[in-house]
Design a protein around this ligand. Structure first.
Ligand code: ZN
Length: 313
């Protein structure tokens, strides 16, 4: 695993994971907002996820061309969240693939969210005001990063063009290249209603998108925590050397147990809270467990607990 020096971007760092396999790790606050991947199959180039802005995605496209010596041949969308698919338009001449559900959700959510950004530029001032008041290091970092991502999205709002996946699949699809093959698969939804991942069996590399967070709180408000755990238990059966997260860094198969533990811990905290007659109104009194104290995006922790309490756990 080495940092690639063949292309340098202000939006992401390129990490070489195996021959022809690179992770494009987001530099927080720059408009990329999530991790992506580039895979050189020998005769085709796969792009896994497309960042939060066309500006960052443009660099991803150029990086892929530099690294693989050819244009991107297919783009994969892991799930519908804006931070993974808003760069799609940069690849509008390339086939884009997702599950049917993900495509449907992009069509609904993407225009709605872009309108919200367009109509509420003052939101940036609110985040700035919050930042001035905030004392906790983790929360300041979260707000600073959000400010960066939102500013970049706002800059791009006028050029945003809804670009939907052109090919949909149900369970799994195998992409066969001259040098290697890749499996694009969904085990259903956990983080959202539909989450897909890219697995390279020979290289034992998996791009899990937001099914995996490393060093960051993972958001399950729009998904289902139990299904998420089930998905990760199934993923554990695959031979894996390297995991690329959707937010955070790169890890080994051990990260799967850590992620499952995180989800189970939050469930347990919520159960205990209700048993001790805690209410939704005072969940801020719940401390983040020490082993997650250094995690980024700490607000997500309490949002998650709130959603579990609202759903009756
Ligand atoms: Zn997501």
């Amino acid at each position: 695993m080495t940092v690639s020096t063949e292309f340098s971007s202000k939006y992401f760092s390129l990490i070489s994971l195996a021959e022809g396999v690179w992770a494009a790790l987001s530099i927080p606050g720059t408009g990329s907002w999530s991790n992506a991947g580039i895979i050189d199959m020998g005769d085709q180039t796969i792009i896994f996820d497309a960042f939060a802005t066309p500006t960052a995605a443009q660099d991803l496209r150029i990086a892929a061309e530099k690294l693989t010596g050819r244009q991107a041949t297919i783009v994969l969308n892991s799930h519908y969240h804006l931070d993974h698919v808003s760069g799609n338009q940069v690849f509008q001449d390339v086939p884009i693939m997702s599950t049917k559900l993900t495509r449907e959700q992009i069509a609904i959510q993407q225009p709605r969210l872009i309108e919200i950004f367009k109509n509420n530029p003052e939101y940036l001032d609110q985040v700035k005001a919050e930042l001035e008041q905030e004392e906790s290091y983790q929360k300041r970092q979260e707000l600073e990063d959000l400010l960066g991502e939102y500013s970049m999205i706002l800059k791009d709002t006028e050029r945003f063009k809804l670009t939907l996946p052109t090919i949909t699949f149900e369970d799994t699809i195998t992409l066969n290249g001259a040098r290697m093959y890749a499996e694009f698969t969904t085990y259903g939804g956990g983080h959202t209603c539909s989450d897909s991942f890219l697995y390279l069996p020979k290289e034992q590399v998996i791009f899990l998108a937001d099914l995996m967070h490393i060093g960051y709180h993972a958001d399950f408000r729009q998904g289902n925590v139990d299904q998420w755990i089930n998905i990760l238990e199934r993923v554990k059966k695959l031979k894996i050397k390297t995991i690329v997260s959707g937010h955070g860094g790169i890890g080994t198969a051990e990260e799967l147990d850590k992620m499952i533990d995180y989800l189970n811990t939050l469930k347990q905290i919520s159960v205990d809270w209700v048993q001790h007659e805690g209410t939704i109104e005072n969940i801020d009194e719940i401390d983040i467990p020490k082993r997650y104290a250094s995690y980024g995006a700490p607000s997500i922790f309490h949002y998650n607990i709130k959603s579990l309490l609202e759903k009756g756990i």
